[in-house]
Design a protein around this ligand. Sequence first.
Ligand code: SF4
Ligand code: SF4
Length: 395
Amino acid sequence: MVRTLRESSITTYTLQCLSDFEDAYQRRINELTARRNQARKIVGTFCLFVPDEIIYAAGADRVILCGGRNATVSLAEEYLPRNICPLVKSSFGSVVSTECSGGDACPHFNLIDMVVAEATCDAKKKMYELLNEYIPTYVIDLPQKPDSPAGIAYYTVQLEQFTDAMEGLTGTLITDDRLRREIKSANETRSLLHRLYELRRRDPPPIRGLDVLTVLQKQFFLSPEELRRILRQLCDEAERKPNEGARKPRIMISGCPMAGGNIKVPKIIEDRGGVIVVEESCTGTRAFWNLVDEHKDPLRAIAERYMQIPCSCMTPNEWRTEHIRELVERFNVDGVVYYTLQSCHAYNIERFRVQQALKETHTPLLAIETDYSDSDVEQIATRVDAFMEMIASSP
Ligand code: SF4
Ligand code: SF4
């Protein structure tokens, strides 16, 4: 029998305040609808390389559009090749479903005035060209070698142009003061996420990985104020929670983003007895680890911070392996599940470097390459079981 994810849905949270969070999605949709009716501009984004600070400084709002659901993949395959990453297909499928069939696959698309995309992987870049036929799509170009001074200078120029585009959209001048205010706000959110992750260093941690993921998947969908309110509640409750319960294998997930709707692998890991203590992911540390320097020229400081995101689309990406090693030590990780989406060449190829780095620290790695369907749930569960047993029997 093939086990499906729907057999045991997440119904109980490790912390009470998360129940309060259940209707956050609908509340946000209502809020965005009201804002749009008041002529506020709303942009949709797909990637960490699009700085929120600039969007908010222009007086606009933003929502994340990354698709994590299998339901929209087959529709996208009528337009896109099958052998590209499911995140790209799911995202595009949400658009064509809404635009062409009148469905409600992604209610966000009906709310946005413009997509702000970025030149990262080939699949996304080419998908954005098609997306532009449905909704105006502005693409921020990115340097490929982010460590070089020329790379940061180039990205700063791209951000200046993006600033102009946002001013054109909203009619609001983006002053340095407005940028500084938004930098401070975004840093405050990042600091709260650090506070939450510090709590996960406890053994056992006071919160499940799946519960953290529930929040992280909505971090770029909610308003910054609402996200911070939830994070403060979470941290306060987790800090009060007594250290109790049996020790479980402490797992890090590293690799491709886990967009909203995609919980397959984390759920299997925690259903099979592990606890996820950290995610080296865009739905994890990549989104918040570094702060923007509040004392520098604001646009340059934003450029420097965002160029430190250790995304596999960049080359070289040495900082990522260093960061993974640092996280393994900091969170006392017993094993790493290296998670890649099918046809994501960048993260797939980088696995080799990560595996080499982890061998030096004697940290076991389980590589899982998958899509959004349930067809391999049983097979992944068997491999995760063996991985847990191996960790449990290690000295
Ligand atoms: S993996 Fe890279 S390209 Fe994909 S969302 Fe994250 S930062 Fe952007
Ligand atoms: S997971 Fe990989 S292939 Fe998919 S959008 Fe991100 S970088 Fe591109």
